[in-house]
Design a protein around this ligand. Structure first.
Ligand code: CS2
Ligand code: MG
Length: 403
């Protein structure tokens, strides 16, 4: 089955998405997500200018060979742009292979290992009271796991707290907006938030929190320790992960489980943290970590050390990524949890999909392939709009900080 054509579709149904569509001489097509939030057009150009010409005429079934060809053949290995582009090709090819077999993708990976994919929803509010209300709303909707983020007194805007409540979308401006940050205020507030949330929601719901890279290692150790009484499922991205040794320091101070990896793009970024058992959950997902082909390798490595998966699933990852991730989640033996930040209705309409939510779980559906398509006519009605994630500056002197 030969690849006859491939093209990049950029659209903005409420937010920007980049999608790769591959066509074959047998009439089968597949799609893959290629969205890199705030840097979208770099991946679109990488695919159009440098990858697509190399795909035409290749056997669509040779997924592994094409992966190696794009990875080793680029000479310049790894990096978010390259790996997102490779992921898009890989996802589209797995979609095609599963359609050719007339099977849902999870069957090709090894079949179902569970009845559904446990997800965590995002509860956020401007203060503790509103966040507690939101957590209870998610519980009411059947969620088994809930991430809680709240506004911090004295800070105007913080990561994780949006304009509306059900749909959180941080990319919001033609140029990056600038927020104030105060570690002291955040550290003072967050244990109080989880004290209130845990007593309102009871012991059975899994609670999660995303620190979003904003603490130093020793501050992260202190927060993890302070949160121990509230029994978190995980504390995510407690400190920036370029210096992975720093996780050793956090580990020495807390038994709160640690999750890392949504911004990693290769197995090499994950290796030391996993092998040294410095984390409990690995957050890489299909789109930014080289597709299904590499994600399986990361998960297999993680399984040797009892590290479980927790795929990233924010709104800037398109339904095509979510669909593929859910098939992976159905199969992967060391599954932990899947993030589920709901897309808007406009996005869902552009990407018709077979997955659905019921009783705290997502189900990938039984459609052949990964079960997600793109309505190109509808997509064309939503042209690309430049948008960026915000940046943080220290409140007292304006020093640029992590957002
Ligand atoms: O855990 C998460 O979902 C995040 O950290 C994301 O919201 C992240 O900020 C975005 O994916 C950035 O594009
Ligand atoms: Mg995160």
């Amino acid at each position: 089955m030969k690849i006859t054509n491939a093209r990049v579709i950029v659209c903005s149904p409420g937010r920007n998405f980049v999608t790769l569509k591959i066509e074959t001489d047998e009439g089968l097509t597949g799609i893959g997500d290629a969205t890199l939030n705030g840097r979208e057009l770099s991946v679109a150009a990488y695919l159009t200018e440098h990858v697509i010409p190399c795909l035409i005429g290749r056997d669509a079934h040779q997924i592994e060979d094409i992966w190696q060809y794009l990875y080793k053949g680029a000479y310049w290995r790894r990096g978010p742009v390259t790996m997102t582009a490779i992921a898009a090709v890989d996802t589209a090819l797995w979609d095609i292979k599963a359609k050719a077999a007339n099977l849902p993708l999870y069957q090709l990976l090894g079949g179902k290992s569970r009845t559904g994919v446990m997800v965590y929803g995002h509860a956020n509010g401007r203060d503790i009271e509103q966040t507690v209300e939101e957590v209870l709303r998610y519980k009411e909707e059947g969620y088994l796991a809930i991430r809680a983020q709240s506004g911090v007194p004295g800070l105007e805007k913080v990561y994780g707290v949006g304009r509306g409540t059900m749909f959180y979308e941080p990319a919001d401006a033609d140029l990056p907006s600038e927020h104030d940050w105060s570690t002291a205020k955040y550290l003072e507030h967050t244990p109080k938030l989880f004290d209130a949330v845990r007593s309102a929601v009871g012991p059975d719901i899994h609670l999660l929190h995303d620190v979003h890279h904003r603490l130093t290692p020793i501050e992260a150790g202190r927060l993890g320790k302070a949160l121990e009484p509230f029994n978190l499922f995980w504390m995510e991205d407690a400190t920036p992960a370029e210096n992975q040794e720093s996780f050793r320091l956090i580990r020495q101070h807390t038994t709160t489980p640690l999750a890392v990896g949504e911004i990693f793009n290769s197995i090499w970024d994950c290796k030391d943290l996993i092998e040294n058992q410095l984390i409990d959950y690995i957050r890489t997902t299909v789109v930014h970590a080289g597709g299904i082909t590499q994600l399986r390798r990361i998960a297999d490595l993680a399984s040797l050390y009892q590290v479980r998966t927790g795929c990233h699933g924010a709104t800037d990852l398109s339904p095509a990524c979510m669909g593929a991730a859910l098939h992976f989640d159905m199969w992967v033996p060391n599954f932990g949890i899947q993030e589920y930040m709901r897309h808007t209705e406009e996005t869902d309409a552009v990407f018709p999909h077979a997955y659905s939510f019921a009783d705290g779980m997502l189900h990938p559906g039984e459609a052949p392939g990964h079960g997600v398509d793109i309505d190109e006519k509808l997509a064309a009605k939503y042209p690309y709009k430049r948008a960026y994630l915000p940046v943080n500056r220290q409140q007292h002197d304006g020093t640029l900080w992590n957002w």
